[in-house]
Design a protein around this ligand. Structure first.
Ligand SMILES: Nc1nc2c(ncn2[C@@H]2O[C@H](COP(=O)(O)OP(=O)(O)OP(=O)(O)O)[C@@H](O)[C@H]2O)c(=O)[nH]1
Ligand SMILES: [Mg+2]
Length: 465
């Protein structure tokens, strides 16, 4: 893919392949209307190239090479450049759902001069033609993939340009600083004036501060976008699988009074108070000589390592035992919630010993059996996940690792510009870091970004988007 590809007309089936009410074939590019003229017949014989923009027409798709054989009965919509998704002429053809009709329409469009689109190529054109910037294009994918209301909210705010606006404003201020610094390079006999210098120090500190504020939203942004990996761990028989089923609200995993019931890690998605969570039930961790159990324990341990948060389950009706101690050690300093289960049974767990072992970790007592304190547990989980990050208020949120890395670089450059100004470094030196800071900010929104980076971003999209 390169930038000149926008000279041709791309075609794709934009709906998922399979049976459905309708399937949409989309065309975009300079020949979209010409191709539509070739394959579409309206009842009154009117041509798509004569249709007004944003109008919808009933008709048939025909195959000229087979004596005008009718392929499908369709509704065709025309959206003319530049007011369309890609800023090019777009034609959308609503076919009858099902694989065959849409595929035949696609083939005919290709025969008439279209090219089958690459994944994400429509959105890529929207970016290359300047309708949206790169953060907005990336947000399109996040909107498609959003699993909860909060994920969708973050993605939509990015699609609507909230992040772009913040970054553009910061970049604009950085460019102004650069102009001031460049001026003193052009007149080398005059060093940066003291008054100007004070102002530049203040401005660069302000820019670095605003970048920090954006970067601080990343933890929450990431959680909303990617979901959190939460692991249910503990020794055998404490009720891990029972808890998994309860949080999932369905009987997904086998529960039994026999220790060692769960042998494999089982991962499922849950939406907990709007937070997308990948919840994993693991095999109880205990010393074992059985090969199968041993494999299960190995897997539990590797999940534990990757976990963003651990739900460490203890059995309130047993004493703290060696396996409990081992698991507490394994969990270490990870974000965790201690879940003391089976509170419906007589208590044997020693509170004092637990305090000694766990310090001020969050502890919550529940009974899965009697469904006691479950709402409290869900609240505690969401609070731990969101701890430290600001609540989902207004303002731009960074949720993408690419953006984070670039903003981070830009902030570090801006801090060294600030330091150089304070220590009286020459304008040439200052200018190097300043340019780097501005360059990295530009990359976030897609200015002077390389073709491989673009390809890497758009190849994650589905075909037809
Ligand atoms: N009384 C009581 N029993 C419970 C409670 N939660 C789970 N159990 C019982 O404890 C036993 C073990 O439950 P599981 O959910 O299979 O335990 P586990 O931790 O997944 O066990 P492994 O997969 O063997 O590691 C089952 O008989 C459950 O019915 C509870 O809150 N109270
Ligand atoms: Mg289990």
């Amino acid at each position: 893919m390169n930038r000149l590809d926008t000279e041709d007309t791309i075609v794709a089936i934009s709906t998922p392949i399979g049976e459905g009410g309708i399937a949409i074939v989309r065309l975009s590019g300079p020949d979209a209307l010409k191709i539509a003229d070739d394959i579409f017949i309206s009842r009154k014989g009117a041509k798509p190239s004569k249709f007004k923009t944003y109008t919808t027409h009933y008709g048939h798709i025909i195959d000229k090479s087979q004596g005008k054989k009718t392929i499908d009965e369709v509704i065709l919509t025309v959206m003319r450049a530049p007011k369309s998704y890609t800023k090019e002429d777009i034609v959308e053809i609503n076919c009858h759902g099902g694989v065959q009709a849409a595929r035949r329409v696609l083939e005919l469009a290709v025969k008439s001069g279209g090219r089958v689109a690459d994944p994400g190529e429509f959105t890529k054109r929207a970016f290359l033609n300047g309708r949206i910037d790169l953060t907005q294009a990336e947000a399109v994918l996040d909107v498609i993939r959003a699993k909860t209301d909060s994920s969708l909210k973050v993605a939509m705010s990015q699609l609507e340009g909230e992040l772009s606006r913040s970054i553009n404003a910061i970049r604009e201020d950085a460019l102004n600083v650069a102009t001031q610094v460049e001026a003193s390079i052009d007149f080398p006999e005059e060093d940066i004036e003291t008054a100007d210098k004070e102002e530049l120090i203040r401005k660069t500190a302000d820019i670095a501060g605003r970048l920090k504020k954006l970067l601080d939203t990343y933890d929450e942004g990431m959680v909303m976008r990617e979901g959190v990996l939460a692991i249910i761990c503990g020794k055998p028989n404490v009720g891990k699988s029972s808890l998994m089923n309860l949080l999932l609200k369905r009987d997904r995993v086998i529960v039994s009074p026999i220790p060692g019931t769960t042998r494999d890690a089982i991962e499922e998605f849950i939406n907990l108070r709007g937070i997308p969570i990948r919840l994993v039930d693991t095999a109880g961790i205990a010393e074992t000589k059985n090969i199968l159990d041993g494999e299960g324990v190995k897997k539990s341990k590797s999940y534990l390592e990757a976990a963003d948060i651990c739900l460490l389950v203890l059995d309130g009706s047993t004493k703290i035992e060696k396996p409990d101690l081992d698991i507490i050690k394994l969990v270490g300093n990870k974000k965790k919630l201690i879940v003391v289960n089976k509170s419906d049974l007589a208590r044997k767990l020693d509170a004092k010993k637990m305090k000694e072992l766990l310090g001020d970790a969050n502890i919550i007592e529940i009974s899965v059996e009697k469904k006691k304190n479950i709402a409290l547990l869900e609240k505690a989980i969401s609070e731990i996940i969101l701890a430290g990050s600001f609540s989902q208020g207004e303002g731009a949120i960074v949720s993408n690792a690419r953006h984070k890395a670039l903003l981070d670089k830009s902030r570090r450059c801006m801090l060294s510009v600030n330091k150089a100004l304070r220590t009286g470094a020459g304008p040439e030196l200052i200018s190097i870091d300043l340019k780097e800071a501005i360059f990295n900010l530009g990359l976030v929104i897609g200015k002077s970004v390389s073709d491989d980076v673009l390809d890497r971003i758009f190849e994650q999209f589905c075909i037809g988007k």
